[in-house]
Design a protein around this ligand. Structure first.
Ligand SMILES: Nc1ncnc2c1ncn2[C@@H]1O[C@H](COP(=O)(O)OP(=O)(O)OP(=O)(O)O)[C@@H](O)[C@H]1O
Length: 305
């Protein structure tokens, strides 16, 4: 079953096309990474899913409900870490958490939740005095209170130190174990890569690709960088380029960098051997999500120019 489904979802602000014919499906229990550069429409999509913003055309459904009509019911089952949230003046961290629990109508142990996010000692301080990292931990504590069916995290690691990031990643893993679906919007690609099952790449309001990170890598074609140091560079080294699996070769002294298909390392090393070059050392590196992301968004920008 799909927890989130959109069909040609479009949102215009005057002449700005913030979300453009978006077809999105997020399955129950998965961690879906929603990736896109600044201004690509991530927050607008989320606001539409939560019923804060109405679509210009197309439809959205969350838990099978229309957010434009049943936004409140959707929000009661959803924990949200919004992008750029303002805290209530004069309220303590505890006040914020208690309010969240009450307004979503869930059961949660307030002290345990504060402790889990390292906020128990500061719980009775006015939260507008919190550091950015503490504020973000408070937002995570509020969003995850009472094990919601859906967690929407919009840039959840903003302001977090490495410990905070680890707590956030742990939160995502625990949420999934308890059956929560997680919608994780970010341009912090390394964090998406470590927790998400599938990612959607958004650019200028449109979804360029949706798939698992591995499939996106193989769609990119030559996705492995093989770095080899050889005892000598053969004069006919360019013949490597004739191998189907090889996309590009760069030579720096006795070091070669070969961009090739994921399973072609041995073919390349054997070919070098046949050319009379003995590999002294080699290492491989797969394309990172960052490169996949750049490849999709820059191709699309090039096409638009
Ligand atoms: N209330 C609004 N009024 C007018 N334009 C808006 C409004 N909200 C968003 N936009 C525009 O819609 C586009 C998409 O913005 P959105 O905030 O959804 O992107 P985003 O991917 O979440 O960006 P970021 O990563 O910077 O948060 C941008 O061009 C933005 O300026």
């Amino acid at each position: 079953m799909n927890i989130i489904e959109t069909d040609l979802l479009t949102k215009r602000y005057g002449r700005t096309l913030a979300v453009d014919s978006l077809d999105l499906s997020v399955r129950e229990g998965e961690v879906f990474g929603f990736l896109g550069p600044n201004g690509s429409g991530k927050s607008t999509t989320i606001d539409t899913l939560l019923g804060f913003v109405y679509p210009s055309s197309g439809t959205a459904s969350v838990f099978g409900m229309d957010p434009a009509e049943d936004g409140k019911a959707i929000r009661q089952r959803t924990g949200v870490v919004p992008d750029g949230c303002e805290l209530m003046s004069g309220w303590t961290g505890r006040d914020h958490l208690e309010f969240e629990i009450e307004s979503r109508g869930v059961e949660a142990d307030v002290d345990a939740q504060l402790e889990r996010f390292g906020l128990l000692e500061d719980a009775d301080r006015v939260a507008t005095g919190y550091s950015r990292g503490m504020t973000q931990r408070l937002l995570l504590a509020m969003a995850s209170a009472g094990d919601p069916d859906l967690l929407i995290l919009d840039e959840p690691s903003t302001g977090l130190d490495p410990n905070g990031v680890a707590v956030m990643q742990e939160l995502v893993r625990e949420a999934v174990e308890s059956g929560t679906t997680v919608f994780f919007s970010s341009h912090q690609l390394s964090q998406v890569e470590s927790v998400c099952d599938r990612v959607g790449i958004l650019h200028e309001g449109a979804l360029l690709a949706t798939d698992s990170i591995d499939s996106l890598r193989s769609t990119m074609g030559a996705t492995t960088y093989l770095r080899v140091s050889v005892d000598r560079v053969p004069s006919d080294v360019d013949s490597l380029q004739e191998l189907d699996a090889v996309d590009d070769i760069r030579i720096d002294g006795r070091n070669l960098q070969v961009q090739c298909d994921g399973d072609a390392q041995l073919t390349v090393l054997n070919h070098l051997d046949q050319l009379g070059a003995t590999p002294r050392h080699f290492e491989t590196e797969r394309a990172s999500l960052q490169e996949i992301f750049r490849s999709y968004t820059s191709e699309s920008t090039a096409g638009a120019d």
